[in-house]
Design a protein around this ligand. Structure first.
Ligand code: 13P
Ligand code: SF4
Length: 325
């Protein structure tokens, strides 16, 4: 029997999956056997979302990771999300389908540069978007996600200088919304910066009644056109409740899977990128597959391992966020 060959990050050996396997059934069996829970982000492929025990935005996934009594967490998302789950569960086994699934925001904010940047503003309050490495989290006062950033930043005393990293678009959106100046790290998401204002205007002309729903990682020109700006869960909830029949969705199109399930009578249109490419799909999120998820549960690897002292340091600003959410 010829299986699909999957190179596993950091290992010489290649694993094969028997194509005749009923992967959904096998994953169900392994979940019970391993006492494992599968957490998935909305940007995962539909087939991964369908085997997950919990699907959510970054905040909900962190909350679910904190609550679970499973022995194994299999995290179908990207590296910083699995790291957060491990920090909240240092004694549990955290496995991921693909250890190399990163994030352009996290990658664009290396620890040494972040520490040097922070040192230029003594006494400032450091707020970091959850899309960053554990090392950056450990150097931050607060962690925020797109669903609680406004609430958390609003609680910082007015006289304090606020540093916000690593997403300049979310930072600029918050600064505008709260009428508060912040010092912004100049990072961005490779997916959300690809959306085109020109193509969005053309799409809206063709669908004048459609509501535009955008993630705050998008650039200001896009956000100014949006009827709703929020996290993936916020976008999903808005679409389910809105009276509109058509919605233009300006975020990674993986979210359409749950939108269509929540509101099958409505039409959801994925906003196009500027180039003729599929670059509105997150290449990191899409590294995961059902086969790799099955292998992660079967072999309990690749495993997320972290330095205990780093987990302790990074946990404080995450706990502050969870307490304020
Ligand atoms: P959410 O927290 O809104 O799900 O966003 C995660 C993310 O990576 C967006 O690009
Ligand atoms: Fe990171 Fe952007 Fe992918 Fe989200 S969509 S995981 S911010 S690269």
């Amino acid at each position: 029997m010829f299986g699909r060959t999957l190179p596993i990050a950091g290992r010489e050996a290649e694993k094969t999956v028997d194509p005749s396997l009923d992967l959904e059934a096998e994953i169900g069996r392994l979940k019970k056997e391993r006492r494992a829970v599968v957490l998935a982000h909305y940007y995962q492929d539909g087939e991964i979302q369908d085997v997950a025990d919990f699907i959510g935005d970054s905040l909900q996934l962190a909350q679910a990771a904190k609550k679970t009594d499973a022995e194994v967490i299999c995290f179908a998302g990207v590296h910083f999300m699995a790291e957060t789950a491990k920090i909240l569960n240092p004694d549990k086994t955290v496995v991921v389908p693909d250890l190399s699934a990163g994030c352009s925001l996290a990658d664009g904010c290396p620890e040494a540069k972040f520490v040097a940047w922070k040192a230029r503003y003594p006494g400032a309050v450091v707020v970091s978007y959850i899309n960053c490495s554990a090392a950056v989290k450990a150097e931050s006062d607060y962690i925020v996600t797109s669903s609680n950033a406004e609430k958390i930043v609003a609680q910082i005393p007015a006289g304090k200088t606020v540093l916000f990293a690593p997403d300049k678009n979310l930072g600029a959106y918050l600064a505008k919304k709260l009428g508060r100046e912040m010092v912004l790290w100049q990072g961005s998401c490779i997916v959300h910066e690809t959306f085109s204002e020109r193509k969005l205007i053309a799409l809206k002309e063709r669908h004048p009644k459609a509501k535009i729903l955008a993630h705050p990682e998008c650039e200001d020109a896009i956000l100014r056109m949006a009827d709703y700006v929020g996290s993936t869960t916020g976008i999903l909830n808005y679409a389910a409740k809105s009276d509109a029949k058509e919605h233009i969705v300006v975020t990674e199109p993986g979210i359409l899977h749950q939108m269509q399930k929540a509101a099958p009578d409505k039409t959801f249109i994925a906003a196009p990128p500027e180039a003729n490419c599929a670059c509105n799909e997150c290449p990191h999120m899409k590294k995961n597959s059902l086969e790799k998820l099955y292998l992660a549960l079967r072999d309990l690897e690749p495993r997320l391992e972290m330095q205990p002292d780093l987990m302790v340091k990074a946990r404080t600003p995450i706990d502050r966020m969870l307490a304020l959410s």
